[in-house]
Design a protein around this ligand. Structure first.
Ligand code: ATP
Length: 339
């Protein structure tokens, strides 16, 4: 088990600042997700923890010890990438046992460790196979077994599920999440897929342009986004401008009994599921409807021309131009601090 701390971590490539003063702790045994749009510095952060990049400024600590200038091979870090890069001249078992071999683990022991991990990942029967004959999902599991075989202090996963089909992704999410929790591995999970991060991670750090916008549990990030960027990056939100006074926010077309930190102009983030469709004091007109079986995604226009995104059950049919009566569940809205 290990605790990883990033202190004012900065990495610039010439004028391009990829990581801009990140302070972040990955706690002992937790899976911390890093999400953010393309180019926000996710991979650079991960590579700096692995030791492949030297920071321009700031420090990386493992259990309080400064490892900023320790070479990658001395950090005992396990890596899982999208491109599995398995050795095609070795069997699956030999691939998994390769790291321990380099660490000087005796043959019988490393073979036993490899077989144990392959069994845990439910691919024991693949041990003698040539990795080039495996499916993407099987290769992904072998890649994970190989990374875990060195008993790493920290496991770094960079978009490991990219390229897998949706059904396999969902299954692996559960299995891999459970396995990492059982092994109490400290892990950093980089993904651009916020749903994957919500499903797999204990906490999530949302990055934008090299800085951390918010760190919290999936529920904290979803229910109480720190700002408009987070409110829109993790799930979707309709942002409504309002005026806060005495524990109420006046949206013009509706009053919400929600508290804001200060009185005055505020921005209220409303999740699609916070709109109740069918009855209520708010009148809207359907602009677009997408039927998805168990639900219908709607975008609708309020009298003041604001567009809201909402969800209806899949029972009724909706067409552009239909009138809607709406109410807002005040427990599912969040007043943003930025106002
Ligand atoms: P993606 O989701 O697209 O993989 P990311 O969040 O992982 O993106 P990084 O790969 O960390 O982003 O890149 C952050 C920024 O740093 C980008 O603007 C990128 O162009 C730049 N960058 C990364 N590596 C280098 C490099 N070796 N030389 C120059 N610029 C780089």
């Amino acid at each position: 088990m290990s605790r990883i701390t990033l202190e004012s971590l900065t990495k610039a490539y010439g004028d391009e600042v990829a990581v801009d003063g990140i302070d972040l702790t990955i706690r002992d045994g937790e899976i911390l997700g890093i999400v953010g749009p393309s180019g926000c510095g996710k991979t650079t952060t991960l590579r700096t923890i692995a030791g492949f990049e030297t920071p321009s400024d700031g420090r990386v600590l493992f259990d309080g010890v400064d490892v900023t200038h320790v070479p990658p091979e001395e950090r005992n870090v396990g890596l899982v990438f999208q491109s599995y890069a398995l050795f095609d001249t070795m069997t699956v078992r030999e691939n998994v046992a390769f790291g321990p071999k380099m660490q000087g683990v005796p043959k019988a022991e490393r073979r036993e460790r490899a077989d144990e991990l392959l069994a845990m990942l439910d691919i024991a029967e693949l041990a003698d196979r040539d990795p080039t004959t495996l499916s993407g999902g099987q290769q992904q599991r072998v890649g994970l077994a190989r990374a875990l075989a060195i008993e790493p202090r920290v496991l770094l996963l960079d978009e490991p599920m990219t390229g897998l089909d949706a059904e396999l992704k969902t299954r692996l999410r559960e299995e891999v999440g459970d396995l990492l929790a059982d092994l109490e591995v400290t892990a950093l999970y980089v993904t651009h897929d916020q749903e994957e991060a919500m499903a797999m991670c204990d906490r999530i750090a949302v990055l934008a342009e090299g800085t951390v916008e918010q760190v919290g549990t999936p529920a904290e990030i979803y229910r109480r986004p720190a700002n408009t960027f987070v409110a829109n990056f993790v799930g979707s939100s309709t942002l409504l401008e309002g005026t806060a006074t005495n524990g109420h926010v006046d949206l013009g077309f509706a009053q919400l009994p929600v508290t804001a930190r200060t009185d005055g102009d505020v921005t209220v983030a409303v999740r699609p599921e916070a709109f109740e469709v069918g009855s209520g004091p708010i009148h809207a007109e359907v602009a677009d409807a997408t039927y998805l079986g168990d639900r219908t995604h709607l975008s609708a226009t309020l009298p003041d021309e604001t567009t809201v995104t909402l969800r209806a059950d899949g029972i009724d049919d909706y067409r552009a131009g239909d009138s809607l009566a709406l109410s807002i569940d005040e427990d599912r809205v969040h007043v943003l601090e930025s106002g």
